[in-house]
Design a protein around this ligand. Structure first.
Ligand code: NAD
Length: 248
């Protein structure tokens, strides 16, 4: 039986190299672990002095808001591990504040990490993606990029921007057999959300139809699906993983 004729074969990432940004973060760590379990060699990347997550074949440190750093990191991964054919962009930050009090610096910091970095990564990964079969990129957006969120104009704009970027990249890279998709989580239990006031966490749980907050593993499983051949006809899409927090 050929690999492609079994579900396990279509789910396998054996022989693939995946770049996971924000690999030391809550969702990133789960993504690294799950993609490695599926057989990929995983290159994790996070800020300087970050720790290597479990399952990573290689961990590199870079500030992805700088184009030169993103470009160098991709070359480093290709030289030291293998040319990447998969990307899961989890690096992201928040700098919340109502927009009439938000500094221009907080606005651009968030845009630089959440959105500019995704552009740099896709741009400099394209030559590698073009040379390999079945390349795929997954960008971590948020339901707040679709619905807006009080106090998060910068974050919501960056996450909405990722959707436009992914849809355009899907159109431009499709001719090379490369797929580009977005995951839009609702609230997920990680470092990013654990310091939010309990009533906000409670409200998010109540907004879901499944009645709870997602775990990083839930997002990682969706990323595996979108990287694998189980989703080989899916591109330019936004997959909400939010327990039904935003049904629209
Ligand atoms: P996290 O804070 O645990 O992880 C984010 C990681 O990104 C951190 O390890 C951080 O060091 C890294 N990072 C930040 N700036 C960077 C830079 N300039 N270069 C390289 N790495 C950098 O957050 P998380 O909860 O794991 O979120 C992962 C992604 O999922 C983010 O894009 C976030 O916006 C998105 N998301 C999270 C939630 C949630 O509720 N946690 C909900 C929706 C979307």
């Amino acid at each position: 039986m050929s690999e492609q004729s079994t579900v396990a074969g279509r789910l396998s990432l054996e022989g693939r190299c995946a770049l996971v940004t924000g690999g030391a973060g809550g969702i990133g760590q789960a993504v690294v672990r799950v993609l490695a379990e599926a057989g990929a060699k995983v290159c994790s990347v996070d800020l300087p002095e970050s720790a290597s997550p479990e399952g990573a074949s290689l961990h590199l440190c870079a500030d992805l808001s700088q184009e030169s750093a993103a470009q160098a990191l991709i070359q480093d991964c290709a030289d030291r591990l293998a040319p990447p054919s998969l990307l899961v962009h989890c690096a992201g930050i928040t700098r919340d504040g109502v927009l009439w009090k938000l500094s221009a610096e907080s606005w651009s910091q968030v845009l630089r990490v959440n959105l500019d970095a995704a552009f740099y990564l896709l741009k400099h990964l394209t030559p590698h993606f073009r040379q390999q079969d079945r390349s795929a990129a997954v960008l971590l957006s948020s339901i707040n990029g679709e619905r807006g969120k009080f106090g998060q104009s910068n974050y919501a704009a960056s996450k909405a921007g990722l959707i436009g970027l992914a849809k355009t990249a899907a159109r431009e890279l499709g001719r090379f057999g490369c797929r580009v998709n977005v995951i839009a989580p609702g609230m997920v239990r990680t470092q990013m959300t654990k310091n939010l006031p309990p009533e906000i966490q409670q409200r998010a749980a109540e907004e879901t139809v499944l009645g709870g907050i997602a775990e990083p593993q839930d997002i990682a499983d969706a990323a595996l699906f979108l990287c694998s051949d189980l989703s080989s006809q899916i591109t330019g899409q936004v997959l909400r993983v939010d327990g039904g927090q935003l049904i629209a």
